[in-house]
Write a protein that binds this ligand. Structure first.
Ligand code: AMP
Length: 525
């Protein structure tokens, strides 16, 4: 077949084009940071562009070659934004590492990535140090004049590297390209996604080491929005203070951080004056939290699903106009789903033989995705993780189990390894957790599979009560009556002081399962 080619410019989609645009068209729009030093620092897109170019010159002077990895161990702040743009824009790879990991994990990841440089926060420079080649970031930049032209890179060039949280086995690297980052930014900014504009004041609570803060430092530059960076201060009081003083309109974070903020606001009778909408994702948003944000504070909650391998956004829960007339409860059920795909992401649910399942809202299967911001393989790995759907190759298996309804609303029912397999039937741990967390005395809840002689596995509910509250096993089990089929109600309850979390705030079910490996269910006898 002969085809006629379009006659349009072939401009590569690059990270440097984002910062150049922001500096030119929203140069005086602020980047406000609460720094590790404790002070509030005010910068803007023009200044970030200037300092990113100084950093590019500094990397040149330090002989860091294109393609080499520059690691960060840093919180959300203006210097981290400068590093994002200076490193990727100049053809190096920005490798964000989570500072909350154990030292051995950081060492493993930095060695695997073969990082050439490591940039981190440290208040003042020490007078003497045993660290070889230690440099002060601000001094380093001050040595250069910022007169630097961004190189013309192939848009498929690698730009950033982020390792999965590795709840099973060693972490694996997702290596994003300039093209994937720019396309993800377009997708993220769409009205039915994060709906970002130059009138927004965005406070990413999600850290910049957790999948590029869900792309917000790029989306903010693309749209010319103001950025407010909270540093390491993610407690309720510090966050509330920033939301109010900087007139934040939009935010994004995992459910755990909202717990702290909401508790602080409830305890002190506080309200938001400018904050209007938020994206919550990374793990399922508890219905009680969504309701409280919506009804007590008038916040639009956009529930999102994604993963490191997806840059991370895949789906977001927004209603279509035909849903407006639905009864409140049915609307809420859709908003509570993981939502519909952004253009760019294609999804399917498949059975264990790779056959696609119908979008009927009830058939649950393994969720697979594909798209220009989905990984095709892991960093340094030659094996393809991809699978086929109805014989067609090229789909990424997410490890999540989901159902999809006729309108394309996706409902995650579990991680494939967390689902409870009771006598051949699957029980969703998330569904049980959502019921438990609605109990007034429950602070946090997790449901895991426990070995059972007859049914293989049965659910065990592990609960952390609210401070000062007491609750009994019997009362909690009764709470499930009428809310779920009888055979799905947990067999037992364990009350604990705290649950294990990963460094990004996700429940570590693997550790919890280890902790309760020898637990004997009362129904096992
Ligand atoms: P990570 O790569 O660390 O961001 O983890 C990705 C995983 O987090 C997904 O595969 C899901 O299991 C889980 N996840 C992310 N968002 C949600 C959500 N809204 N609801 C339920 N699970 C989620």
């Amino acid at each position: 077949m002969t085809v006629l080619m379009g006659q349009m410019m072939n401009m590569p989609l690059t990270v440097s084009s984002l910062i150049r645009h922001a500096a030119r068209h929203a140069g005086d729009v602020e980047i406000v940071s609460r720094r590790c030093e404790g002070d509030i620092h005010r910068s803007n897109w023009a200044e970030v562009h200037e300092r990113a170019r100084q950093l590019a010159q500094a990397l040149e002077a330090l002989a860091v070659r294109p393609g080499e990895r520059v690691a960060t161990l840093a919180w959300n702040g203006h210097r981290h934004v400068e590093i994002y743009y200076g490193v990727s824009g100049s053809g190096r790879i920005c490798h964000t590492i989570n500072p909350r990991l154990f030292p051995e994990q950081i060492e493993w990841i930095a060695n695997d990535a073969e990082d050439a440089v490591l940039m981190g926060h440290r208040g003042e420079m020490p007078a003497s140090t045993s660290v070889p080649d230690l440099l002060c970031f601000d001094d380093l930049l001050a040595r250069h004049d910022g007169r630097y032209d961004w190189p013309e890179l192939d848009e498929q060039t690698a730009a950033t590297l982020c390792y999965t949280s590795g709840t099973t086995g060693n972490p694996k690297g997702a290596l994003y390209s300039h093209r994937s980052i720019v396309l993800h930014s377009y997708g993220a900014a769409l009205p039915d996604a994060m709906n970002c504009s130059t009138r927004d004041v965005i406070l990413p609570i999600v850290p910049m080491f957790h999948v590029n803060a869900w792309g917000l430092p790029y989306t903010a530059a693309m749209t010319g929005a103001k950025l407010v960076m909270p540093g390491p201060f993610l407690d309720g009081a510090s966050l509330y203070d920033l939301f109010e003083s900087e007139k934040v309109t939009f935010s994004a974070g995992v459910p755990t951080v909202w717990l702290g903020l909401l508790n602080h606001m409830k305890a002190n009778g506080l309200k938001f004056s400018t904050f209007k909408r938020t994206v919550i994702g990374g793990s399922a948003c508890p219905p009680a939290m969504m309701k409280s944000l919506q009804q007590d504070y008038g916040i639009e909650v956009i529930h999102a699903w994604g993963m490191t391998e997806l840059s991370p956004l895949g789906t977001l829960s927004k209603l279509q106009s035909k849903h407006e007339g639905l009864p409140a409860e049915r609307k809420q059920r859709l908003l509570q789903s993981q939502g519909r795909v952004i253009f760019g992401i294609d999804m399917a649910i498949i059975d264990d033989e790779g056959r696609s399942l119908p979008w009927d809202g009830t058939s649950a299967g393994n969720l697979v995705v594909r798209g220009p911001w989905v990984i095709s393989s892991y960093f340094k790995s030659k094996d393809s993780p991809l699978v086929s759907v109805d014989g067609e190759p090229g789909w990424f298996p997410t490890g999540d189990v989901a159902a999809i309804d006729a309108d394309g609303f996706m409902f995650i029912t579990d991680r494939s390894k967390d689902v409870i397999k009771s006598g051949g039937e699957w029980i969703s741990s998330i569904e049980l957790e959502n019921i438990a967390i609605a109990h007034p005395s429950v602070h946090e809840a997790a449901v895991i599979a426990c070995r059972h002689p007859k049914w293989d596995e049965r659910p065990l509910l592990v609960v952390v009560p609210k401070p000062g509250a007491t609750v009994s096993r019997e009362e909690l089990l009764r709470f499930f009556d009428g809310k779920i089929a009888k055979w799905q109600i947990p067999d037992d309850v364990a009350i604990v002081a705290e649950l294990p979390h990963t460094a990004t705030g996700k429940l570590q079910k693997l550790r919890l399962r280890e902790q309760f490996r020898d637990h004997v269910l009362p129904t096992a006898g």
